[in-house]
Design a protein around this ligand. Structure first.
Ligand SMILES: [Zn+2]
Length: 254
């Protein structure tokens, strides 16, 4: 997990029921998955050109009236982006697709077909606060997938269609680890369903949260989208839960 930036906004916008006056600072993560033959970037963080004055850059003062952005180190500063083999976008929001332009154009991007369509449909763009400047002019190959998808054909990395936050939002399962992305901003959202007040479809989002909750209850580690209390940069454990439990037990015994 890389932390590539931060955004600060009204707590009550990003978790229903929280105080609208209180401000909360959220980490913006990206992930690198390495196999013997692949180096895959999952999400790209903020657009560095937008960070100082996002309202002006995107010409959307409404979206950024109560939010500020901070760049940590971009994906290009934390990685040799020339060695990437694929980019997977969980969805097209500006804190996930904003860094796409930092990745060489020879690297294809993988996204759900329903998300890509929505990102090019005027009504869906307005409804979902998509900022098309991050991806509309991008010339790289776009690999569109429909629903759950075995990314490498060997069962190791599975894209899970988890719509609701946006029309074609996807989560990623790597071994026993699940990057939930913005199905819930906070880990607690899997149980309390206190989502951001904006969404493409809150009912679908509830179903997606229930799907990830069932995976968590079955032993998968589900990483939430922006939980400041949970996201920490560094290696993540994709081992089987039985291995994790055994390891925990042995450390308790020591
Ligand atoms: Zn997000």
């Amino acid at each position: 997990m890389l932390i590539v930036g931060w955004f600060t906004g009204q707590a009550g916008i990003f978790r229903a029921g929280d105080d609208l006056e209180r401000r909360i600072r959220f980490p913006v993560p990206a992930y690198v998955v390495e196999t013997a033959t692949e180096r895959i970037l999952i999400d790209t963080g903020l657009n560095p050109a937008a960070v100082d004055d996002p309202a002006a850059y995107y010409e959307r003062p409404d979206v950024f009236a109560a939010s500020t952005l901070e760049q940590e180190r971009s994906v290009a500063e934390q990685l040799d982006v020339g060695t990437l083999t694929k980019v997977v976008l969980t969805h097209l929001h500006w804190d996930h697709a904003g860094g796409l332009g930092l990745i060489p154009a020879s690297v294809p991007v993988v996204v759900q077909r329903s998300e890509w369509r929505a990102g090019h449909d005027d009504a869906a763009v307005r409804r979902n606060f998509f900022l098309t400047r991050d991806y509309a002019e991008d010339s790289r190959e776009v690999i569109l997938v429909d629903g759950d998808h075995d990314l490498l054909g060997d069962g190791s990395i599975e894209l899970l269609l988890t719509p609701g936050h946006t029309p074609g939002h996807q989560s990623i399962r790597i071994g026993e680890l699940v990057l939930g992305a913005d199905v819930t901003h906070f880990a607690s959202g899997l149980d309390d369903h206190r989502f951001p007040v904006f969404a493409d479809d809150h009912e679908q989002q509830r179903r997606s949260a229930n799907r990830l909750r069932a995976m968590r209850d079955a032993g998968f580690s589900v990483i939430p989208g922006h939980d400041p209390g949970i996201l920490r940069p560094g290696p993540l454990d994709a081992a089987a839960p039985s291995t994790r439990t055994a390891r925990r037990r042995s450390s308790v015994n020591q």
